[in-house]
Design a protein around this ligand. Sequence first.
Ligand code: GTP
Length: 516
Amino acid sequence: FPVEDIRNFSIIAHVDHGKSTLADRLLELTGTIDKTKKNKQVLDKLQVERERGITVKAQTASLFYSFGGKQYLLNLIDTPGHVDFSYEVSRSLSACQGVLLVVDANEGIQAQTVANFFLAFEAQLSVIPVINKIDLKNADPERVGKQIEKVFDIPSEECIKISAKLGTNVDSVLQAVIERIPPPKVHRENPLKALVFDSTFDQYRGVIANIALFDGVVSKGDKIVSAHTKKAYEVNEVGILNPNEQPTHKLLGFLGLLHMEVFNQRLEQEYNASVILTTPTVPYKAVLSSAKLIKEYKEKEITIINPAQFPEKSKVTEYLEPVVLGTVITPTEYTGKIMALCQARRAIQKNMTFIDENRVMLKYLFPLNEIVVDFYDSLKSLSSGYASFDYEDAGYQTAELVKMDILLNGNMVEELVTVVHREKAYTVGKSICERLKESLPRQLYEIAIQAAVGSKVIARETVKAYRKNVLAKCYGGDITRKMKLLKRQSEGKKKLRKIGNIEIPKDAFIKVLKTQ
Ligand code: GTP
């Protein structure tokens, strides 16, 4: 394909605004998938994604489309929609020259619409606004067009109004892709330069990388080198996605609860693996206090990924925590409650804009650890689901941090070690102990659950002993029966994590983390 006949684009949207439905229509319209086969949402291939109805992992397809007597190759790069996955969005965008920004004609601009728009804008991509679901009874495409003009400074006439569900006007979307998005700039005569924006592993074929080509060409038999790791590979096969390739994962640490649950579910479903989850943590930093320590760590500032390696106060001049710039869009009636929630999360208000008569956009600087676990869920519940949220990186700020251990009968539970803000240590510690008490089954002996900062215990709960002994029934009796009972008991234990002699069911961790 001549480079000038290629377009690389993504669809970005707030959750549920219709990205996958539009992608399906585009695939149908270009004959990439068969309409009659009811291939609902081919791009959402993974089982979890189907079950939860959300896109988690970027998928890609190549479409052929004839327009004005010419055939074009349109590479559609799918992006995840949920707030927890914005890293994967930016990576996919770096392979594109333009985006379709899909906005629901009834809900209008939401927080992720804003965040996704700015990711595309900063990457200097052409943005084509698409107002979807115009078939809905409450659709108000005119109002949404005005919001788009006000918030993104894109003339409302540029909006394409469609119904992805019914297929209305979807062909003008493809034409706009050709007319408004520039072809990629590839210098085929230069040495190969490509970005791997996604990769998968196939047991039989090896690593399958989805690449965006910037310079040169790549063919079967070529020897290529990773610019990052300097490792060399041989190219066995070159292809495009039209639309099938089997995906696996490579995830970035957990960015939020949904991400964590989805990841856990994927591991279990796709790999039959059972995992124990740990507290989602953010990368804190510590500035070391002495030349000796700097020499020992080979760095002045160390990043603490694992809370268990948190350096004690005497070794550091200050601790730093990551902060993010959060955007909340909400109907005005919830503004008060949302401001109170943000304040409780140590957030600092930066901006407040009315995007139309009854919607407000709030910008706050949040410590990342305050939103990573359940902020999104709280926001949704106090706004009856109407407020939306997204965030972007905003560097680091000084913070009073302490390490908190959770002990069961004096033994530390590694999975639950957390770094918390000093002010919040007591509340967080108390809540973890209470949750743990609720989710730990009673066992043969009493269990003391303690939260401790250094050697100081700041919260405690007790799980009373479970008196009934399984073996009591066969006291003095039948040995085979006794063995059977013990065997059954040990099978039940496989899904358990043992701390000292206390057994913790795996889902107890999720329960504890969810409500921290
Ligand atoms: P994520 O994958 O979670 O990011 O969602 P999405 O943006 O891909 O949304 P999806 O395509 O799954 O659509 C969400 C819901 O809106 C589904 O129930 C669709 O059937 C519905 N929907 C999509 N487009 C239209 C439309 O044009 N009209 C109407 N009435 N419903 C639509």
